[in-house]
Write a protein that binds this ligand. Structure first.
Ligand code: SF4
Length: 392
């Protein structure tokens, strides 16, 4: 298969092991708030999996990949488990055989509750998948229907039980708050029910309204009522309190984990490490060279089949831009950004680079500048977006 030549990557100093992401851009139906690269279909095309397999072969033979040891593999979507368990297990095995991975890689598969069975999950476990991330979103059929989710609360319970029976000891549940028609009491019920299943990891996201989605159009017409700002803050506070009581420590703005169960794959994004993304719309960043893949799954598969590299755009980020990105992404983590890591990679420090902007934020009590790291304070976390906007 003939592919155009790749750009020459400059080796970056202080680089940490990269991560590998595979994107499955299909879901049973589209949720009303979704702006991800995902397409509704009942039976996902085999040609897409073949194209992914071809990309795994291609990229694993590239020098940049051959010289590195990957830390994690994450199959996300969309709904990866819209494919059969053995099909996904085949992809995982191919990745493990083709790329160098550290001895105990974290391997995550995302799933939606009505697309998993014990058999499929057992297949995935046997292939080496050791983390399952379930998009539960809410423990209320009324709220799930309002979001346009294709599953029920009962199906979520069955999926969690199937995950445990399939051998998953590291389970993440995604939950959402700030939903239309959701009260603080509803949110407490979702949190209580989620905690009753003893997940090792919880991701609690506030609903964001994106343009071009059904919810975006309803908001434009003034036809969607969302909880107010105060209620949203109360929901966030409730999550922090209940999850801390349950032993799930907050380690990122929206993520909570039991000890040792932080998502290593996502930590690499927040630390602005290198990552290779394969599949329609996937983004890669290899030693500061960022590129994305064509988003439409049929076009992606067609280009791969005809021997072309399915890239859409790429840019080599200047050092200062990568430094700023590392600060902004890193501040999402409660541990903040390490000065030593920044110096090693960029030869820059936040104090030296931002000067007065950082002094102001510190005086306002929104960031804490320690001896070794910079982080958001308790007052800064709820207004993280505004703080980060000043550092972009
Ligand atoms: S399941 Fe996730 S990716 Fe699929 S449509 Fe819903 S929000 Fe989007």
């Amino acid at each position: 298969m003939a592919h155009p030549a790749l750009p020459i990557f400059t080796p970056a100093s202080g680089e940490e092991p990269p991560t590998l992401y595979l994107h499955i851009p299909f879901c049973k139906s589209r949720c009303a708030y979704c702006s991800f690269n995902s397409h509704a279909c009942q039976s996902p095309p085999a040609a897409y999996l073949a194209a992914l397999a071809s990309q795994i072969r291609y990229w694993s033979a590239q020098e940049w990949c051959r010289e590195r040891t990957f830390a994690t593999l994450f199959i996300g979507g969309g709904t990866p488990t819209i494919y059969q368990g053995h099909e996904l297990a085949g992809l995982v095995r191919q990745c493990l055989k083709s790329f160098n991975f550290r001895e105990d890689p974290e391997i995550t598969v995302e799933a939606n509750p009505n697309t998993v069975t014990v058999e499929a999950l057992t297949d995935l476990r046997r292939a080496g998948v050791n983390r399952l991330s379930l998009g539960v979103q809410a423990f209320s059929d009324r709220l799930l229907a309002g979001l346009g989710r294709s599953h029920t609360v009962a199906e979520a319970g069955l999926a969690i039980a199937a995950a445990r029976r399939g051998g998953f000891a590291n389970l993440n549940l995604d939950l959402m708050y700030g939903l239309p028609g959701q009260s603080v009491t509803d949110w407490r019920e979702s949190l209580d029910q989620a905690l009753a299943f003893g997940p090792e990891h919880l991701a609690c996201y506030e609903l964001t309204i994106e343009e071009g989605t059904p919810f975006g159009r309803l908001v434009e017409k003034g036809a969607l009522t969302l909880p107010g700002e105060e209620e949203g803050l109360a929901m966030a506070d409730l999550a922090h309190a209940l999850l801390a009581q349950a032993g799930l420590a907050r380690y990122e703005i929206s993520n909570y984990a039991a000890s040792g169960c932080q998502c290593r794959h996502n930590l690499n994004y927040w630390r602005n490490g290198s990552y290779l993304g394969l599949g329609a719309g996937a983004v890669s960043c290899l030693s500061g060279f960022r590129f994305s893949t064509v988003a439409e799954p049929g076009e992606f598969a067609g280009l791969v089949q005809s021997g072309e590299l399915p890239l859409s755009e790429g840019e080599c980020l200047p050092l200062a831009a990568r430094f700023r990105e590392s600060v902004v992404m890193g501040l999402r983590m409660l541990e903040g950004v390490s000065f030593a890591r920044l110096e090693r990679r960029f030869g820059l420090t936040p104090k030296g680079y931002y000067g007065k902007i950082l002094d102001d934020l510190e005086q306002q009590g929104l960031v804490a500048v320690g001896k070794d790291s910079l982080r958001l304070t308790k007052a800064g976390l709820p207004v993280a977006n505004q703080v980060l906007a000043r550092l972009v």
